[in-house]
Write a protein that binds this ligand. Sequence first.
Ligand code: FES
Ligand code: FE2
Length: 386
Amino acid sequence: MNDVTFTDKIETSYNPRDISPGSPARKLLYGYWQPIYRSEMLEKGKSKFIDILGQKFTLYRGDSGKAHVISPYCAHRGARLAAGWVEGDLMRCFYHGWAYNGGGQCVEQPAEKGEPTDRSHLKGWPVEEYLGLIFVYLGDGEPPPMYRFEAYHRDGFTQVRESRRTWSYFDQLENSVDEVHFNFVHRKSKFTDVGLNDEIPELSCEETDYGILRLGTRSGRTRKSHILMPNCMYSMVFEHFKGWAEHLSWRVPITYDTHVSFMIECIHKEGEDAEAFLKLRAQHREELKTLEPTDKTIARILAGELHVDDLAWRPDIVVIQDGVAMGGLEPGRNPDLDQLRNSDRQVAMLRRIWKREMAAIAEGRPTRQWRIPPELKPSTGTPIDS
Ligand code: FES
Ligand SMILES: [Fe+2]
């Protein structure tokens, strides 16, 4: 524990925000299942053109119910495939009707006499659905085993959300491991009620088989959360009307400086409690619809038209606060020149592990194979489960 050395030279200049073709960060992310879409947003027989992880894709759900991910444009003359038709489990091009299966193979060319040739095929990638998210594996070879979070299979239910933001997934990931920011960014928020921002925490961290174990201790109570390498966080999150809930959040790049966060909460409530929770959440969503959109509010704060403290009453204040922190980062700054201090030890460990793994990829050496134990759980820091 506590072994982060702040005099370490930056080991490499590899930047995890750069996910261009051939970049080490892209290869690292592509080596693991990545969420790309919410299951409930893709009906049977529908197709979507999606932009994520530095590429475009065609995502469609066949009549069998299975989701497929194939290349974005038709091999014939480049039409956008998602504009076509899903037939059975095939995707038929809108332009001249070539049809592809979920593996990207062209199986029909209606206006031609011969069979499709190898050059007619597209790429297709392995797809799995889990806990309400569609995951894709974009790497080489066999995909690793699909995630399995035992706690999510017991009592209660799950809720899936996504949030698209105009800053890098890696800045968001760093924010996730930054326990001190609660005391400033969220000084006026729901976290006040649960003591997350009234005392600067003592921090420690440790590299594990799955990534990083993070501890933040306040008044002898330790909050425990986990970074699941390369880009997922498993923690306990507090909401007024639901209390503490387990929270998985994947920070997935779209481009260099935009990302989408996919979040799955596991809410340990059943029966009437669960109904009451869902009612409150629905009210919360209705209330949000009556307010200025979160992104617009963040932009107005960054433009100096408002101060974030004037909006502490908003139900989405925590998102706004984080948005002001990350949306306001200096454009084009070199994070390697940041002045990391003792309280940044968890951020430093995340950066160091990422740089080590990116260097291994760039130099053709093996990377660490991260494994998540099925019984991994975060804790709130309450005396009961610390
Ligand atoms: S462009 Fe797709 S069939 Fe012609
Ligand atoms: Fe935050």
